[in-house]
Ligand binder design. Structure first.
Ligand SMILES: Cc1ncc(COP(=O)(O)O)c(C=O)c1O
Length: 384
C-alpha cells in the first residue's frame, strides 16, 4: 500500500511564485493595482479575448454578470444540474428561476438538444458548463441562443487552456474562469471574466468594485481616484495584487501544466482499461482539446458491489484521495424542498451523480502515482 497520502489535487507552486508574491508584499501596494491590470492583459492575450476583468472568484464574477445582464424575477436561466452549486445559488439569489438541462451520459455536458428541450419564452440566459476540462459544443448552442435572442455566459471554471474548434475558450462570447486552488492555474481564490462585449465588461468592472466609476486601481492615477462616485450600488469582488502576481506566474506555466495533465490522463485511460468496473468519461465527438482539469471515472456500482461513497472511503483507507464533481444540484436539500425537484427528472445527471468520482490529477504527479491509484482501485474491487 502507498505510504504517504496522495491528494486528488495539489497546486504547483515554485520558489519563484513565492518570491513574486513576496515582492508585492514588500512593494507598498498589495491590493488591486498594476499586477492585477497586467494579469488581465496577459490572460486576455493568452485566450485571445478582447478584454478581461480579474475577480475575487468565479462565483463573484457570475454574480456581477447576472446583475449586469439584468437577470431577475420572472426570468429563467438554463444550466445543467451537473455543476458546482454556485451558479444555481446565484440564479436563485438574483430572484430568477433555475431550469436544468440533462447531460450527455459520457461527457457530462448539456448539448444543444438537452438545452433546447427546456427553453421557454421566459429563458433569458443559458450557462453552459465546460466540464472537467473538455469544451461544450458551442457552435450549435450559440445558434440556438441567437435564434431566440437568449444570452450565453459560459462557465469556464474548468477550462483554462481548453480549445473548441481550434480556438481557446474565452476567445469569443463571454466566459468566466476560476483560479481556486484545484483549478489548472490558481491565485489562491480568484476568477476572470473574458468577453467580446466591451459594454458588459465595463459594467462588470464597475459592479465588482462598489459600483464606482473607476476600478480599485485607476490606471491613469496609479492608485485610487479620490473623486470616484457610486454610479450604481456594487459589490467588492476585486482581485488583489498579491493574488494576481501568483496568477501571472501560473499563467506562464499553464501550457506546461496542461501538457502534463494530458499525459497523466492518457496513462490513466491506458491503465484503467484493466478494471472493467471503472468507466472513464469519453471525449466529445466534436473538435475540441481538453485541458484535463479533472480525471473523472464512474464506478459500475452493480458490478462492483459497493456504492461510490464506499469506494471513495476505501481509496482513502489506501492513502488515495478522490473528489466528487459533482453531486446533482437539483437533488440537494434546498432545491428538493424549495423548488420541489425530485429524482427522475434528469436521468443521465442522476445516473452519473451516483457513480462519479475524480481521481488524483495534478501537474506535479508522476506516472508511478497513477500506478498507485490503479493498484488501490484493483485492491478495493478484488476485496468486494
Ligand atoms: C463548474 C464550476 N463553476 C463555478 C465554480 C466557482 O468557482 P469559484 O470557486 O472561483 O467561485 C467552480 C468552482 O469549483 C466550478 O467547478
Amino acid at each position: 500500500m502507498r505510504k504517504n497520502f496522495l491528494p486528488f489535487s495539489r497546486p504547483s507552486i515554485t520558489e519563484g511564485d513565492i518570491q513574486a508574491v513576496g515582492d508585492v508584499l514588500r512593494s507598498g501596494w498589495i491590493t488591486t493595482g498594476a499586477e492585477a491590470a497586467k494579469f488581465e492583459e496577459e490572460f486576455a492575450a493568452y485566450v485571445g479575448a478582447r478584454g478581461a476583468v480579474a475577480l475575487a472568484s468565479a462565483t463573484g464574477g457570475l454574480h456581477v454578470t447576472l446583475k449586469a445582464l439584468g437577470i431577475g424575477p420572472g426570468d429563467e436561466v438554463v444550466t445543467p444540474s451537473m455543476t458546482w452549486v454556485s451558479t444555481v445559488n446565484l440564479i436563485v439569489l438574483a430572484g430568477a428561476r433555475p431550469v436544468f438541462a440533462d447531460i450527455d451520459r459520457d461527457t457530462l455536458m448539456a448539448g444543444p438538444d438537452q438545452l433546447a428541450a427546456v427553453l421557454t419564452p421566459q429563458t433569458r440566459l443559458i450557462v453552459p458548463v465546460h466540464f472537467a476540462g473538455a469544451s461544450a459544443d458551442l457552435d450549435p448552442i450559440r445558434r440556438l441562443a441567437a435564434e431566440r435572442r437568449i444570452a450565453i455566459v459560459e462557465d469556464a471554471a474548468h477550462a483554462a487552456g481548453t480549445e473548441y474548434r481550434g480556438r481557446r475558450i474565452g476567445s469569443a462570447g463571454t466566459a468566466i474562469f476560476s483560479f481556486h486552488p484545484i483549478k489548472n492555474i490558481t491565485t489562491g481564490e480568484g476568477g476572470m471574466i473574458c468577453s467580446e462585449n466591451a459594454e458588459l465588461l465595463d459594467s462588470v468592472r464597475q459592479l465588482k468594485f462598489h459600483g464606482l466609476g473607476v476600478d480599485a486601481f485607476d490606471r491613469r492615477m496609479q492608485g485610487r481616484a479620490p473623486q470616484a462616485e457610486v454610479i450604481e450600488p456594487g459589490y467588492k469582488y476585486n482581485l488583489t495584487d498579491m493574488a494576481a502576481a501568483l496568477g501571472r506566474r501560473q499563467l506562464a506555466r499553464l501550457d506546461e501544466f496542461n501538457a502534463r495533465r494530458t499525459e497523466l490522463a492518457r496513462y490513466y485511460r491506458q491503465r484503467l482499461a484493466e478494471a472493467d468496473e471503472i468507466l472513464p468519461l469519453k471525449d466529445p465527438a466534436y473538435a475540441q482539446r481538453s485541458c484535463w482539469h479533472l480525471f473523472i471515472v464512474r464506478l459500475d456500482i452493480d458490478r462492483a458491489g459497493l456504492s461510490r461513497d464506499e469506494f471513495m472511503a476505501e481509496l482513502k483507507n489506501r492513502n488515495i484521495g478522490a473528489g466528487l464533481h459533482f453531486r446533482a444540484v437539483h437533488l440537494q436539500k434546498y432545491y428538493r424542498e424549495k423548488l420541489g425537484l425530485t429524482r427522475g427528472m434528469l436521468p443521465q445527471t442522476e445516473w452519473n451523480s451516483d457513480r462519479i468520482c475524480s481521481l488524483p490529477l495534478f501537474p506535479d504527479m508522476h506516472p508511478e502515482d497513477v500506478d498507485d491509484v490503479v493498484a488501490a482501485i484493483k485492491d478495493v474491487l478484488k476485496k468486494k
